[in-house]
Design a protein around this ligand. Structure first.
Ligand SMILES: NC(=O)c1ccc[n+]([C@@H]2O[C@H](COP(=O)([O-])OP(=O)(O)OC[C@H]3O[C@@H](n4cnc5c(N)ncnc54)[C@H](OP(=O)(O)O)[C@@H]3O)[C@@H](O)[C@H]2O)c1
Length: 259
């Protein structure tokens, strides 16, 4: 039996992706820190969609986490044919507001874990008939974002890494897709400590995690290279490309309230 492994599946977009995949008959493996949420979701998915669902609770900012996931997969003899690198978070405000260790922990979760899991799982995924890697980046990947500087850079990394890897794997059974949501109604803004102005700016335009999950899974299964969720975010990325970089950066700085 082949499984989809989804990181950050305890809530938000990852939870919605797990449900979306399970609703299409795909067994799921859920990873995040909050054991109770994972346990409840796994039970709910098995009952509602009649597909196997299991979970592993761990902190992905721990450098040992990817190896522990691989060990767990081996022990349970789970085969992964879909790797969904979704877990991630932001740190908003001035760069100097956070310690170096806090930036590095975020980089670990947002960048290193997707890279290391890809490295660990690709040898077995390449033996399958068809396999997928889905990386969840962000609309913030397409410009520098003062007030979310290190977060936006981790997401630019993910877009670039995904596209390069996809090309390298073009003659193998593994398809790589990077999906960039824009503002989405989840706990992201709260954890990132985003200010009231940015929260208010996004409120009317935010998508639901379910809508993002559907677009993400559709893009992955269609074998797309890259997809930005929602027409307004696609327009935003186009305008960012069109306008001088300094203009886009000043606008973002205003929204994220940094000088
Ligand atoms: N919401 C947005 O506006 C938005 C926009 C663009 C991109 N994104 C991206 O979408 C992805 C999902 O975010 P979301 O909006 O769904 O946010 P969310 O509701 O805060 O969910 C984040 C998920 O990541 C997990 N996670 C965070 N830190 C972790 C850690 N150290 N170890 C293990 N799991 C961890 C969380 O689980 P636990 O807390 O249980 O560990 C949770 O399942 C992220 O990569 C984010 O950057 C979000």
């Amino acid at each position: 039996m082949e499984y989809a492994l989804i990181t950050g599946a305890s809530k938000g977009i990852g939870k919605a992706i797990a449900r979306e995949l399970a609703s299409r008959g795909i067994p799921v493996l859920l990873v995040a820190r909050t054991e109770k949420s994972l346990e409840e979701l796994a039970a709910d998915i098995s009952q509602q969609y009649h597909v196997p669902a299991d979970y592993l609770a761990l902190d992905l900012s721990d450098t040992a986490a990817p190896a522990l996931i691989l060990q767990w997969l081996k022990e349970k003899t789970y085969t992964v044919s879909m790797l969904v690198n979704n877990a991630g978070y932001g740190l908003s405000g001035a760069f100097t507001r956070y310690s170096c260790a806090e930036h590095e922990a975020m980089m670990q979760v947002n960048m290193h874990v997707p890279l290391v899991l890809s490295s660990l799982l690709l040898p077995s995924m390449q033996q399958l008939k068809r396999a997928y890697i889905l990386n969840i980046a962000s609309a913030a990947a397409y410009q520098a974002v003062p007030g979310l500087s290190s977060y936006a850079a981790t997401k630019s990394f993910l877009v670039s890494f995904s596209r390069g890897l996809r090309y390298e794997l073009r003659n193998t059974p593994v398809s790589v897709t990077v999906v960039s949501p824009g503002g989405t109604h989840t706990d992201f803004a709260e954890r990132a400590q985003v200010g009231a102005k940015a929260v208010k700016a996004g409120q009317k335009l935010n998508m639901t995690p379910e809508a993002v999950a559907k677009e993400a899974v559709d893009a992955m299964l269609a074998g797309k290279a890259e997809h930005i969720c929602g027409w307004i975010n696609r327009l935003g990325a186009f305008l960012t490309w069109l306008f001088p970089k300094a203009f886009a950066e000043k606008t973002a700085a205003g929204i994220y309230e940094v000088q």
